[in-house]
Design a protein around this ligand. Sequence first.
Ligand code: NOJ
Length: 549
Amino acid sequence: YWANACHVLVLVLCLSAAEDFDWSANNHDSFYYGTFPNGFSWGAGSSAYQTEGAWDKDGKGLSIWDVFTHKKGKTFLNDTGDSSCEGYYKIKDDISLMKELNLNHYRFSISWPRIMPTGIRSDHVNEKGVNYYNALIDELLEHNITPIVTLYHWDLPQVLQEKYGGWQNISMINYFNDFANLCFERYGDRVKYWITFNNPWSVAVEGYETGEHAPGLKLRGTGAYRAAHHIIKAHAKVWHTYDTQWRNKQRGMVGISLSGDWGEPVDITNQKDIEAAERYVQFYIGWFATPIFHGDYPQVMKDFIGRKSAQQGLGTSRLPTFSSQEKSYIKGTSDFLGVGHFTTHYITQKSFPSSRGYTYFSDWDVAELVDPRWPDPGSEWLYSVPWGFRRLLNFIKTQYGNPMIYITENGVSEKMMCTELCDDWRIQYYKAYINEMLKAIRDGVNVKGYTAWSLLDKFEWDEGYSERFGLYYVDFRNKNKPRYPKASVQFYKRIIRSNGFPNQREVENWRRKATETCSTSNQLLAAGQWTIDLNLVEELGQTRKNSIC
Ligand code: NOJ
């Protein structure tokens, strides 16, 4: 939908607005050479459904994504995560890749139906599933890699969707709490960083409002708000469970990971654009962060959705409300904030006529614009706008009382379907975004760690395997799913080794070296594929489709 929602506009950039940080030093082209604070944690990430495969193995139950992808027409080329990267069988291989990168942490998620097949603890706990994560955690710790564990990265047990309507139903709060409690019980002796939900914005909007993601419901105007309401309460409940039952013993932290695109007013002298951009960010990250840090939804969401609901003739707002007890229960329930960030838009005010219906996307009265000069090497929605990252981080610092932040996702994909290991654009993306994060830390933002998204190419939801975010290339056509380093591995590894960017000469050298290595391995891989293509005669049609560059 991004493509439709974005009005492409040629912009004369003139951005020197007063900010609460030293904006004059934020010349978009300037690069800051320097290092990160001691102890800064470098990592890479993945999620269960996107990488594990083994969708029906060892007693795992179905998730909403298993069912969604098995229906025709839901994903690109009807791709599924049935086998994906076969990560379930490759713990040791993948940890050796992490060692090659010298990672301090690895972020992964636990598949709820793998350890509780119906989602309900009293039905059955699947010990084989439990042990898979035990093995992963033990192996990580053995290699000195800290596990950062997400409890919910979108793979709700199908039974809970079918029986109760999933996140539309308040009963999810207790079921999710039981699941989280089991995870604390079984893994909390070794896992000290817990993320309750990954990117609840996507779960709510794409799962229950637009239906592009599982479970594919199109409950426009209400579905997303209701799902989000239950998710926020479920998050708070799990934080309290940890706080009262486990914190003393286990001494870990519980947070949430929110996705936040940045919205910049298209015309910084126009008050309407300034307000529209503020609203965009509040409807995005503020929707979840404001209740968690301040106890209630952003005022601007209450105002806009309330007014539009009244215009529709509804007696109450489509945005649910929290009771005062709930507000104080929810407030302060994040020991750290996980931030997933990929891109930025210019924002302008746009009123939606009531004839277009009442939806999340018409409630906020904004239009998203892009500068055609912004690089967009991968996913349609993903423009490389590094300075937006620094602005978002400063916004979080100011709005939510300078919380401890872990970047839980940041990275870029490639659209090309042919093998491309020389990912110079990814090197540029990481270099610039990580540098903006360094500037933000110098602005006083409390960022403690960074997670590159993602370790491997993997199943990219409704886009199937057509968008590759990995530092490592995965050959999905080969049933062994071999992994090959892209050039960005060499580059990221050097950032990690130096804990930042020592000086211009060295950083340019890294880039040159990374590109030299990749051309040799690229040729080897290409040679390998030639043999495979000849052998997989019945898959030739598919292979051809995938070979268009
Ligand atoms: C955010 C999601 O959490 C992740 O699963 C996905 O791969 C990235 N966005 C890229 O689209």
